[in-house]
Design a protein around this ligand. Structure first.
Ligand SMILES: [Zn+2]
Length: 334
């Protein structure tokens, strides 16, 4: 089934950066950046399976304690992802507390923490029953910054320069293959494992004239009918393209950052991008390694993003939000 997700900036455009992707029908959510999450209801925090942290500046990571507080004592696991040095930071956060009693808890809340180092992903585990001591996990390859690859979607990261390394993230749904069950019935074909074989052939791009086997077992034994793949595709399948969402914040405006970010966000359906300052304060923005609204607009344009959602506005523009948005839109279109 198509995962239907709703993105929401937990603290609005002025507060700590936090974007939650809630897959309501699957009881699951992803979080991009872990700033203050007091506004996120505990039942939503408990849905988080994967949390992506761009970097460890406080406004992006201070919500770690809240996450831990809500999840501790639960029979759950959360995966975290961050830039180089991230595992060590999580270990330090955890070592700030006394854990003398938690090994007796009936549940074993577990954090699995990853850090992206070039195209390698280092990992470690911290378990409640092990008093949150660091347990090394095998590292693996992360080609193109690939952090998570599931049947329904993948998440990739790009390393950007924010004086320190800062990660931007792309969430990409894969193409969905839906089966019209009524049309199957009209063709006299039952459902069964052969449909997975059919879907796989389509996802792997097999040619339309490739023979595809429909098979099933009943009291009379094994039945099979062979069709050209293209015929099954046309008659019983529906291909739905997936959506792409990109999250980018805390970026110095440089040619290299623009190139990397535009590549990561290429053709995104939704681009969440920081617009911290107005262009007239570009000198200040550069000193703080942040984007102006105009620079963000240029990057969005280079990426051909369809919808752009600005955030991480500096509080100095509390009364001038419209100017930030207008500057972004102008740079996108003009
Ligand atoms: Zn920030």
């Amino acid at each position: 089934m198509r995962p239907i997700f709703t993105p929401e900036l937990v603290n609005g455009p002025f507060g700590d950066p936090c974007l939650v992707l809630d897959f309501k029908f699957e009881g699951r959510a992803l979080l991009f950046d872990l700033g203050d999450i007091a506004a996120l209801a505990p039942r939503k925090i408990l849905r988080l399976t994967d949390v992506f942290v761009s970097h460890a500046h406080m406004d992006h990571f201070v919500g770690f304690d809240r996450l831990l507080r809500v999840c501790l004592g639960r029979d759950t696991a959360v995966r975290l992802y961050g830039p180089p040095g991230f595992i060590e930071r999580v270990a330090h956060k955890l070592s700030a507390y006394s854990w003398n009693l938690v090994h007796n808890y009936p549940t074993d809340f577990t954090l699995v923490v990853h850090e992206l180092d070039g195209e390698r992903l280092h990992a470690a585990r911290f378990r409640c029953h092990a008093r949150f001591a660091r347990e090394p996990l095998p590292e693996r390859a992360a080609p193109g910054g690939l952090l998570l690859d599931e049947d329904a979607f993948r998440v990739r990261a790009a390393a950007l320069d924010h004086d320190i390394t800062c990660l931007a993230f792309a969430f990409e749904e894969k193409t969905h293959v839906n089966v019209w069950k009524n049309r199957l019935a009209e063709m006299g074909l039952p459902t069964g494992p052969w449909l997975n074989e059919l879907k796989r052939a389509v996802m792997q791009g097999a040619p339309d004239d490739a023979p595809q086997r429909a098979w099933w077992r009943d009291r009379d034994g094994l039945h099979e009918r062979i069709f050209p793949l293209g015929e099954l595709k046309a008659r019983v399948l529906e291909l739905v393209p997936g959506e792409k969402l990109c999250y980018a914040t805390d970026v110095l405006y440089s040619a290299e950052n623009e190139r990397r970010l535009a590549a990561l966000a290429a053709d995104a359906d939704q681009l969440y991008i920081e617009c911290v300052f107005l262009e007239k304060d570009a000198g200040h923005a550069a000193r703080k390694f942040h984007l102006t609204a105009r620079q963000a607009g240029r990057i969005a344009r280079a990426a051909r993003a369809r919808q752009v959602v600005p955030f991480h506005f500096s509080p100095r523009y509390a009364e001038r939000e419209a100017e930030l948005r207008a500057e972004l839109e102008q740079a996108r279109g003009g």
